[in-house]
Design a protein around this ligand. Structure first.
Ligand SMILES: Nc1ncnc2c1ncn2[C@@H]1O[C@H](COP(=O)(O)OP(=O)(O)OP(=O)(O)O)[C@@H](O)[C@H]1O
Ligand SMILES: CC(=O)N[C@H]1[C@@H]2OC[C@@H](O2)[C@@H](O)[C@@H]1O[C@H](C)C(=O)O
Length: 401
């Protein structure tokens, strides 16, 4: 069948991802038709399924560089695949079955190209010629076997193999789902890590002007601070209420913003390897002389997130957007949203919900679209965002016997 004929028939696809917050598996059941400019998606169902048992804790431990044996890694890989397969089964309840799954899996390690130092703020650019490495576990072959549905996984490896970062991948999907004929937009994801897609107005050579990069920490340091301050009783600051009762310590924010990552020009990517537990401990040490209250500390970390985002737009974008659309869990942090709006006074800061795309499930939807594109033979990476030298097909296909 010709590509356009194939794409005219709506395909029911499940997108699955657990992100850097490791707060559970986001599952989206979507109906997709069209290809790129004419792509249409309908979200039929979206759910977040918490990881069963102690899986979350085990994942967070290895993200924080705990050494494990190969046998433990294999066991974790299967446990995650099983949980993802279960999520895929559950999201279909009450709906016509899906024929395709796009599973991002769980990132447990991400090294950008260039062999940069990890786990410390003292990292420097190293050998720029070395390839990146990114490991997402929860093997697709097992998900395909358990669900009986063709599953596409390992989306990042093809881009990395040709020299890209393998991240962020969502900007290309954002471009086709959220571009506007007259308006330049920044789509800002606020997960554990933040990433942006800048999408110029959809005219002339707009595709060549799209940009994307990881902005740095979004909620990762905030969540870790909340856990630290509550001795594990709380995992995040609901709506940012706690932070809102404090005051940011601006000299500390400026000190933190001098860190190399924020000054590195895009394309660039990062993860919990940099903005994780060790990083928070460095921040806590820096904060000691200021004797901040817990609320002030959270307000200061929130300011780091929003200032790093606003300054990266001011520094790296060809022009400022006319609108910022937030997505990801951090879009529910009202204090963070309000602070970002204050730093970008001439740009309305909204969420993607307000333009009709669910802000909580956009990443899961994106991996459904990437799987759909893979099946149609359409590339999924955006070289300007990943740094790869060209477009490539993303994802390994696991057929059901
Ligand atoms: N109601 C809320 N108020 C404040 N913060 C929230 C709220 N809901 C979610 N969050 C924050 O969002 C985080 C989860 O966001 P999300 O699910 O987008 O992350 P992720 O997909 O794991 O990360 P990434 O995009 O980096 O892969 C939570 O850890 C929490 O910090
Ligand atoms: C290696 C990895 O999992 N990176 C994530 C992470 O979470 C946000 C940011 O860092 C982004 O680069 C990416 O996720 C989204 C889904 C992306 O690839 O666009």
């Amino acid at each position: 069948m010709h590509l356009t004929e194939q794409a005219a028939i709506p395909t029911r696809v499940i997108g699955l991802i657990s992100g850097t917050s490791v707060d559970g598996i986001d599952a989206a059941l979507v109906e997709i038709s069209g290809t790129e400019l004419d792509i249409k998606i309908e979200l039929l169902a979206g759910e977040t399924y918490p990881y069963p048992g102690d899986l979350r804790e085990r994942i967070l431990e290895i993200c924080a560089q705990k050494a494990i044996s190969m046998a433990e890694l294999a066991e974790l890989d299967d446990a995650i695949a099983l949980a993802f397969a279960q999520a895929a089964q559950n999201i279909q309840i009450g709906h016509q079955p899906a024929t395709l799954i796009g599973s991002h899996g769980q990132t447990v390690f991400h090294r950008p190209p260039g062999d940069w130092g990890l786990g410390t703020r003292d990292w420097e650019l190293g050998n720029k010629n070395s390839l990146g490495y990114s490991l997402q576990i929860g093997r697709g072959a097992l998900i395909a076997h358990l669900t009986g549905i063709t599953t596409i996984s390992n989306f990042r490896v093809a881009d990395i193999a040709i020299g890209g970062h393998g991240a962020p991948l969502v900007p290309r999907v954002d471009a086709y789902l959220l571009s506007h004929p007259q308006e330049g937009r920044c789509i800002q994801n606020l997960g554990g890590i933040g990433n942006v897609a800048y999408i110029p107005p959809r005219r002339d050579d707009w595709l060549t002007k799209i940009r994307g990069w990881d902005t740095g920490p979004a909620n990762s340091l905030l969540d870790l601070a909340v856990q630290h301050l509550t001795a594990g009783a709380k995992s995040y600051d609901e709506s940012g209420k706690w932070a809102a009762s404090g005051t940011p310590c601006y000299p500390l924010v400026e000190q933190w913003l001098s860190q190399d990552y924020f000054h590195l020009p895009p394309p660039k990517s990062t993860g919990r390897e940099l903005f994780g537990v060790a990083y928070l401990h460095e921040c806590l040490k820096d904060a000691e002389p200021y004797q901040l209250s817990p609320a002030d500390l959270l307000a200061t970390l929130t300011e780091l997130t929003v200032a790093s985002i606003a300054r990266s737009y001011q520094t790296f974008l060809p022009q400022m957007p006319q609108r910022v659309l937030l997505c990801g869990g951090g879009s529910r942090n009202l204090y963070l949203k309000q602070r970002l709006q204050l730093l970008l006074p001439s740009v309305p800061v909204l969420t993607t919900d307000e333009v009709g795309l669910n802000a909580d499930f956009k990443e899961a939807i994106a991996f459904a679209v990437l799987a759909y594109w893979r099946q149609l033979g359409i590339p999924g990476n955006l070289p300007a965002a990943t740094g790869a030298p060209r477009e490539v097909l993303l994802g390994e296909i696991h057929l059901v016997e």
